[in-house]
Write a protein that binds this ligand. Structure first.
Ligand SMILES: N[C@@H](CCC(=O)N[C@@H](CS)C(=O)NCC(=O)O)C(=O)O
Length: 210
């Protein structure tokens, strides 16, 4: 139940300042051109409002009047349906299922590596760097297959993936010659003004665009 929270906008997002999962939702909002109130949160010390609204106290959490959503996939799909333009999912069921599955694999396999590189011990971070390089190498054919990930147009899969690619060099995973195709893919998204709008100041400084 919404308690003490007094939100200025109809749409508000509780978000960490540098979080690959929160960034995913900010990128969906930016791609849609939706204005919203950003409520910065330290995930280790969630504010009382967030504790009241979300039983997991996790970010991202989206609030729209009486609606409270958490889990980046649930929020992203809701936003894509609520703000249909531009669409971030293909129309045919097979392509939609492929994009959902790829996004779920990113949540389960890729995001934990990023989080371990950001806040794990030195040996955990090194193991995650190695695992991340393996994941990138294994997925090279998918990056070669189409302009965006598994799709000719930008989709919710790219909103999950681009925040990961953005952080890699700052986490010690260089996109060198072997991975140039992934660097090129990232650049196609990073050069979009919507991507720049999706970044917090803390995330903006993680990379310099040439
Ligand atoms: N499954 C969640 C995971 C998001 C997540 O990992 N959030 C982190 C911050 S980057 C968090 O809120 N951690 C604190 C907690 O879960 O209590 C989602 O998809 O939204």
């Amino acid at each position: 139940m919404v308690t003490s929270i007094r939100l200025r906008n109809t749409l508000s997002l509780f978000s960490a300042r540098d979080c690959v999962v929160c960034h995913r939702v900010r990128l969906v909002l930016a791609a849609k051109g939706v204005t919203y109130e950003l409520i910065p949160v330290d995930p280790g010390n969630p504010p009382e409002d967030l504790v009241d609204l979300n039983p997991y106290h996790s970010v991202p959490t989206l609030v729209e009047r009486d609606l409270v959503l958490y889990s980046a996939s649930v929020i992203s799909e809701y936003l894509d349906e609520r703000y249909p333009h531009p669409p971030l999912m293909p129309v045919d069921p097979l392509s939609r299922a492929r994009i959902r599955l790829a996004t779920q694999r990113m949540e389960q396999d890729w995001v934990p590596q990023v989080q371990s590189m950001q806040s794990g011990t030195k040996s955990q971070a090194e193991a995650s760097r190695k695992r991340m390089r393996e994941l990138l190498m294994q997925s090279l054919p998918l990056f070669k297959a189409s302009r965006f990930f598994l799709n000719p147009e930008m989709s919710l899969a790219d909103c999950a993936l681009a925040p990961i690619i953005w952080r890699l060099p700052s986490l010690g995973v260089e996109l060198n010659k072997d991975l140039k195709i992934i660097d090129d893919y990232g650049m196609r998204i990073f050069r979009n003004p919507g991507f720049m709008r999706s970044l917090t100041p803390e995330e903006k400084v993680l990379r310099e665009l040439n």
